[in-house]
Design a protein around this ligand. Structure first.
Ligand SMILES: [Zn+2]
Length: 224
């Protein structure tokens, strides 16, 4: 059964929140999307995948393999592949770089469909595309549940999504919600695999900050 009212469905499962959020990237946003909260229901994952796969098939009918970035893209990638009758593989991070492991491979010339849960900056999608192409495959199309860029990011291949939202991200110092006196909330922490490099950088920054704080404390003679 296909899905209508995607936005309402996401909201119903608490996967799409409106408010004032602190993203893992350090940016503030008025929108937060946590796909795991809807994909934890297999029947919903299946319906979403069916709707997405049908969109893809109409324009790109001959996909050989679905490739997703771990972890966020795995569940929806598997479900979309089930609809298309193809293999589903995923790229995961090793030493900060997305790679195929576990014996996964792409045959030369295989047409690959990149499946993501959420596209925000498009960085991980571009990385998966690189993995596909360096493996000898061809990127046939990109698809995702939610395109947070409002459809503005291009990958040079057809792109499909179930929902385009223009989520606005702000640097903390420029955030209008903060200027109005609000405090951002950090929803259930996102896995670092979803945002890849950005979040790793953020983690490094946080670690550096913590180290700095510890150093300061030591300098100030505060001990615990
Ligand atoms: Zn803010």
């Amino acid at each position: 059964m296909k899905v209508t009212g995607i936005k309402e469905l996401f909201k119903k499962h608490g996967a799409l929140l409106s408010g004032h959020f602190l993203l893992s990237s350090g940016l503030h946003s008025d929108t937060y999307f946590q796909s795991a909260l809807i994909l934890q229901h297999p029947h919903e994952a299946e319906r979403l995948a069916e709707t997405l796969a049908e969109k893809v098939m109409r324009e790109v009918p001959d996909v050989d393999v679905v490739v997703s970035p771990a972890i966020g893209g795995i569940v929806i990638g598997q479900e979309v592949a089930a609809q298309l009758g193809t293999r589903a593989i995923f790229a995961e991070r090793a030493d900060g770089k997305l790679v195929l492991r576990r014996g996964f491979h792409i045959e030369k010339g295989e047409k690959c469909l990149i499946v993501e849960d959420v596209i925000t900056t498009g960085l991980s999608t571009k990385e998966v595309k690189e993995v596909v192409e360096t493996s000898g495959g061809k990127t046939a199309a990109v698809c995702c549940l939610v395109d947070r860029s409002g459809g503005s990011i291009e990958f040079g291949v057809p792109k499909f999504s179930l929902l385009e939202i223009e989520a606005v991200n702000y640097k903390p110092e420029e955030c209008p919600m903060c200027k109005e006196g609000g405090t951002p909330v950090k929803p259930g922490s996102r896995t670092k695999q979803q945002n890849g490099k950005q979040e790793q950088k953020q983690e490094q920054k946080q670690e550096q900050k913590q180290e700095q704080k510890q150093e300061q404390k030591q300098e100030q003679g505060e001990s615990k």
